[in-house]
Design a protein around this ligand. Structure first.
Ligand code: DC
Length: 224
């Protein structure tokens, strides 16, 4: 069983690379941001301010978030319903970031994440995987890229999904969200002391995947 943690700011390419690495190594890719997005979605649907810690905490007993896999694809359900791309909007990014700063929300989602890593070999992407969720992960990577690269990638992703937005809008939202995630009191989005930091601004997704697969095989001694 192996555990690989990939943390870093939004738009650094964590999910693209982690998905490709998972495929190459034959292990499970866990997108933990989807869990926070799902909680954010519920909070929005109940018209509660995502920064209102007491209000959000009061909703948690009504929320059942489940993580499962179908044909290697992660499915997150909210009270039995698969929300699909409804959790992928810019608004849900901000809701997810706001609720993720609430300690009760982090505690609520902790066991779901650890449980999946106990039962499977995983590559898990998020903000606090190497620092909090899997502190003993075999390999920890902190993936970054310049603000310009990350905003361009995120804009292209959103436009491809039919969500109309501009580079400036994406850049501003992204910088606010990253600063909130990095500066929050609980589980801030920072590199673990034993993480390998990786700037992929000038790499293609394939080059970055190759470099990370090499890093993992060197560290864990597996051949791929
Ligand atoms: O990875 P993402 O963009 O889907 O994450 C959405 C938000 O969820 C992110 O801004 C911060 C929060 N998050 C977190 O706090 N911890 C994680 N492990 C994953 C996401």
């Amino acid at each position: 069983m192996i555990q690989i943690a990939i943390d870093g700011p939004s738009g650094a390419g964590k999910s693209t690379v982690a998905k490709a690495v998972a495929k190459r190594l034959g292990i499970i890719y866990v997108d933990t941001g989807a869990l926070y997005r799902t909680v954010g979605y519920y909070v929005r649907s109940r018209n509660v301010d995502p920064k209102d810690a007491t209000g959000v905490e009061a909703l948690l007993p009504e929320i059942h978030v489940d993580l499962k896999y179908e044909n290697g694809m992660q499915i997150v359900t909210l009270n039995g319903e698969n929300l699909g791309d409804r959790i992928r909007t810019p608004e849900m990014s901000l809701y997810a970031s706001a609720v993720s700063a609430i300690p009760a929300v982090r505690a609520f989602l902790l066991e779901t994440q650890r449980e999946i890593a106990r039962r499977n070999s995983v590559i898990m992407d998020g903000r606090d995987i190497g620092t909090v969720i899997l502190p003993n992960a075999d390999v920890k990577i902190f993936l970054t890229a310049s603000d310009e690269c990350r905003a361009t990638r995120r804009r292209d992703e959103l436009v491809a999904k039919g969500i109309s937005t501009t580079y400036e809008e994406v850049l501003a939202d992204m910088q606010k969200r990253d600063s909130d995630d990095r500066n929050r009191a609980v589980a801030p989005a920072v590199a673990a002391p034993d993480a390998v930091e990786f700037d992929n601004s000038w790499m293609t997704p394939e080059e970055c995947t190759d470099a990370i697969v090499k890093l993992i095989s060197d560290k864990v001694g597996i051949t791929v």
